[in-house]
Ligand binder design. Structure first.
Ligand code: NAD
Length: 515
């Protein structure tokens, strides 16, 4: 698998030949070959749990294959968290990562609870690594799998969705997490998926969403998928509701080729996809942005097996192969991938993929690395020999902001903490706030409970109270502060508001369930 440097188009559609991660490589293929640098400086973090073992194994293989890299090692993760650094990373480490632009990272442990933010998510977002590429391929008959034909690449949006991590507790009973989906975010990842498919001669791109329920957020992702698909008539497309799509992926993965999806869905389905190829320990991933790139195994730090020399280093090693390809060392990437494939073919397996009738030798992490090193310059006989196209690039246009739509204020949703009895009681106190803006609906956890609610509906202490501005009245924001001032004087506990807008006459807010 090959991840190429991005090349960008200017707004006037002129190609800007730019190698953001590898500035010495410029202009034509010819000059790329001539100017190939001797060494690429990268940043390395050995991480937590099994991280140091699999990183040592990976680096020993890269060294033996004469990868033209040198590295700065940084400390991140559990020790920093536990020493009181709630972000798990310090400024020195950031400076190295940003300076070197290419980062090979072992898994880290995020301590549970205690307000620690996930460092992985922070790094992907801070560095603008918007595309997460996770190839999941079976190595039948050498690694036991129910899916011998599987060869799926999952392209996951990496910066937004519920992973914006914006959460609040607003009442005694209810907490919330904000799901943010943006047009630039969708366009960038969906275009990346189509360009990737075209570059690597993949036939189909499938979109996974849940827009039967989340019509605005997942609906936007799906709409943009359809818009962009038109520009790629050579690539087949389909769309799946995530639940049945994930079920099919687990059951019949050979029907998928490239899957593009939002952050949370991509996180979940790529672990499933990697696991059904044989082990979650086999898959590597690339996180690609305009300036920086980060390469890591898809699995975590596996604390229960740490320090025992049993972890499979293949996921991190395969991420390192993607890194070599990304920095223009496709020659070394081929050597490493072929040596790894020989080792797998010869049945030299770590415990996670060892099967009595399939494997020949059970080895530990270090011995697996030694076996790969012993096979450098050999080629596998059944697993396809790695043959990377040299100096290929992925074409990505810069995001062009759309002409703004006409935005008209139509009302406001006022969220209220109320622990009273009948909803009619709440409605009559809220109606006292009507002031050229009218209470039209109350919902509880999204379902309409007023007017004409059901006795059966269970209600929490978190109420959404919708006020709409009659269309003959001017759409002024002044109604809203007035309403809030009156709410305070009526002792109504307003916990937040959301303005309701129309964009070019199209409602920018959802109906209540049952409305
Ligand atoms: P995990 O991926 O660490 O482990 C899941 C299962 O897979 C375990 O049974 C483990 O033993 C096995 N496994 C994972 N990698 C393996 C390998 N290379 N070889 C053999 N077996 C392997 O997931 P988890 O237990 O949910 O998470 C443990 C920690 O890792 C948590 O603190 C979590 O936050 C962190 N995590 C980090 C990353 C990352 O750094 N990118 C990703 C996911 C989870």
């Amino acid at each position: 698998m090959l991840i190429a440097a991005a090349r960008f188009l200017r707004k006037d559609n002129h190609l800007v030949k730019k190698f953001p991660f590898f500035p010495l490589l410029v202009t034509t293929t010819e000059s790329i070959n001539k100017t190939k640098p001797i060494m690429q400086k990268i940043t390395v973090a050995k991480g937590d749990g099994i991280g140091p073992e699999i990183m040592d194994a990976t680096l020993s293989i890269l060294k033996a294959a004469n990868a033209r890299i040198e590295w700065d090692e940084i400390e991140i993760g559990e020790q920093l968290y536990l020493s009181g650094n709630t972000s798990g990373i310090d400024k020195k480490a950031w400076d190295k990562i940003v300076g070197n632009q290419v980062f090979l990272k072992a898994p880290i442990t995020t301590p549970q609870g205690g307000g620690y933010k996930s460092l992985n998510v922070t790094m992907r977002k801070t560095l603008g690594l918007y595309a997460n590429i996770r190839p999941c391929k079976s190595f039948h008959p050498f690694v036991a799998t129910k899916h011998p034909e599987m060869d799926v690449v999952i392209i996951r949006e990496n910066e937004e969705d519920l992973y914006a991590g914006i959460e609040h507790r607003q009442t005694e009973e209810v907490v919330q997490c904000l799901k943010l989906i943006s047009r630039p975010g969708c366009e960038k990842i969906i275009r990346y998926a189509f360009e990737y498919a075209r570059l690597y001669k993949r036939k189909k791109v499938s979109c996974f969403v849940k827009d039967n329920i989340m019509k605005m957020t997942d609906g936007l992702f799906h709409t943009i998928f359809k818009e962009i698909a038109v520009e790629y008539p050579d690539i087949e497309t389909d769309n799946w509701i995530i639940d049945i799509g994930a079920a099919r992926l687990a059951d019949t993965p050979e029907m998928f080729d490239v899957i593009v999806t939002a952050n949370l869905y991509g996180d979940v389905i790529s672990d499933i996809a990697a696991q059904i190829t044989g082990s979650v320990g086999l898959a590597g991933s690339a996180n690609i942005g305009q300036k920086c790139a980060m390469f890591e195994a898809i699995h975590g730090s596996a604390p229960p097996i740490a320090g025992q020399n049993v972890a499979n280093p293949s996921g991190l090693l395969r991420a390192a192969v993607m890194m070599l390809s990304h920095i223009g060392q496709q020659d070394v990437a081929e050597i490493v991938k072929n040596a790894w494939a020989c080792t797998i073919e010869e049945g030299i397996h770590t415990a996670d993929i060892y099967k009595e009738n399939v494997s020949r030798q059970l080895v530990g992490t270090r011995e697996f690395a030694q076996a790969v090193i012993a096979r450098i310059d050999k080629q596998p006989s059944i697993i396809p020999v790695a043959d990377y196209e040299k100096d290929v690039q992925l074409l990505l246009p810069v995001y062009a902001r759309k002409t703004p739509a006409k935005k008209v204020l139509k009302g406001v949703d006022v969220f209220v903490d109320w622990k009273g009895g009948e909803v009619e009681e709440l409605a009559s106190s809220l109606q006292r706030l009507n002031n050229g803006i009218e209470l039209t609906m109350i919902t509880n956890r999204g379902v309409k409970v007023w007017p004409e609610g059901f006795n059966e509906t269970f209600c929490t202490d978190h109420w959404r109270c919708r006020y709409e501005i009659p269309s003959e009245r001017a759409a002024e924001k002044g109604y809203i502060p007035d309403l809030l001032r009156k709410a305070i004087s009526e002792n109504i506990d307003v916990i937040k508001t959301e303005n309701l807008y129309e964009f070019d006459g199209v409602k920018g807010f959802s109906l209540g369930q049952g409305q």
